[in-house]
Design a protein around this ligand. Sequence first.
Ligand code: AMP
Ligand code: MG
Length: 382
Amino acid sequence: MATLLSPLLIRGAEPVPLLDALGRVLAEDLVAPIDLPTFRNSQMDGYAVDTGSVTTAPVTLPVRAVLAAGDGETAHVPGTATKIMTGAPLPVGADAVVPVEDTVTDDGGHVTVCTAPAPGAFVRERGSDIGRGRPLLPAGTVVAARHVAALAAVGLTHVPVRTRPRVAVISTGSELVPGGSVLTTGRIHDSNGPALAASAAANGALVVSVDRSGDDAEVFAAKLAHATSAAEVVFTSGGVSKGDFEVVKDVLGPRGAEFVSVAMQPGGPQGTARVDAVPVLTFPGNPVSALVSFEVFARPVLRSAAGLPAIDPERRPLATSLVSVPGKRQFLRGRRDGDSVVAIPGAGSHLIAAMATADVLLDIPADTTGLEPGELVRVLPL
Ligand code: AMP
Ligand code: MG
């Protein structure tokens, strides 16, 4: 499986508009192309002064001008004050700002400074946040809103991000209809298609197609050919068990696929294939089995390919006791409860609404038959 999926790990970079970079992974170390702040400016609404003229306080100075944010460069006249707003460029020659709260004004265009400011007081020096050419964000950063802020501040409109692994999903089963259809007896909504697509997208993949096939070999083969034409990896669901209409097995078996029974529950029947040089993972159809299969077999490699950090397992004490099938590694649905974890009742792999209440999988080793409250279990965050 690792060899099959290893081509996914070789990735390039693509420039994307800044807002599209949210959640993407920076492909390169980025340096600041400009100083931040770019010019010396005021940190407060107040009065710009030169400290050489304000050595004692209180002192009254004539107010020469008013500067707003957005105004350009001006010159300071020693012994005067300039009324200045936050973000306005400090007049050249001034070296401190006295906040408006520390001043008294009269009607005659004078201001009285109540406390003598230290040089540099309430002045934002050029480059004091970051200097031009200094490291801004390293490659591998998963872009969040705060990174967008920094990238926008230095004026970048596009950033280089790692390309996302392209994923196609095909659900199989003649019983499947899309959401929005009227359900007649025997028919069910396809939930694995949307679920696997969402799982892939949530773990850094670009979902290129979400398709559905009945249990008809020709139809499935055609959908598969379409999927492999655009995707770097295909996930199928259903059609790999021991029944009569196992379309995935029927089509891929003769094409060299390997179908195995993994000693895990749910998600035992698994298969791998390479179709048109594209790796295909064939997950079982039961909705919980399909999701657990994704978590166990696909999520780690997708995240690694996308450049996203691995999800670390946790160890938590059980809040309740549980029993486990011997000889099979169990992935039980669970929910964090404070520092501990509870197993969600109901073992059926069709219990998709119950699965939605889980936020972890409890990874119970094959040789464990039961656990008591307080015992530590390995927990995989969903
Ligand atoms: P299979 O693995 O094809 O034998 O399917 C096992 C069970 O999962 C059956 O009850 C199917 O109806 C159900 N199932 C298969 N595929 C899906 C799907 N895409 N969405 C929801 N349920 C499915
Ligand atoms: Mg089926």
